[in-house]
Design a protein around this ligand. Sequence first.
Ligand code: PEP
Length: 248
Amino acid sequence: MRQSLVMGNWKLNGSRAEGLALANAIATGLRPGNKGIVVCVPYVYLSDVQDAIKDTPLALGSQNVADQESGAYTGEISAAMLKECGCAYALVGHSERRSYYGDTNESVAARFVQAQKEGITPVLCIGETLEERESDTTFAVIDEQLGAVIDLAGVEAIEFSVIAYEPVWAIGTGKVASDQQAQEVHKYIREKIAAKSQAVADKVQILYGGSVKPSNAKAIFAMPDIDGGLIGGASLDAESFLTIYQST
Ligand code: PEP
């Protein structure tokens, strides 16, 4: 039985005070012993949120990580730096990074490796655009995005990661994939990994992301290959985020 996991992605939102209030409100809604709940906050607030949530079940993640260990890479944040700020998770390859900031399958794979070197769990975000879905290339896109990481890191590394299937057409659009559409791709991802290692496929958590809300979370999370969610908009409201968490 895989542990379920719900992760919030705050993106480029909120002030320091708002972030701290949100983190505190989420942590207050948890009970000791709760597991599998994470917030991915803007880099500059990581340390503040780290202090605010220490001794609570809420865990911390970043929204990206550098593809290099250190050196002359102005503006980048390394996995070691994130570790110091208390990050247990790092998103890699979010579709907004891929489409607006040029993250490629190769650089995403390098970010994945950097995170794992520091003991940070990379959350590999993969998913097709609407155009790709309509041209029936969803599985080919998944093959390329997942394949680049397996080629660089090896299938065994997937066990110590999380995969987030996020159809690009469902992110922030209010259009959610149907439970069946999501399950179909999750099953495909798990089978793809199982072809190389059944043990890894059985263990890896695969999250769904794309307009998850309190009203649709339960049905999505009930699918056999969906182990939780990566939540954008609805993670900015503590009550909504906690309701989604309680739907796992
Ligand atoms: C996301 O940013 O990963 C996401 C799933 O956003 P939203 O929930 O707002 O669609």
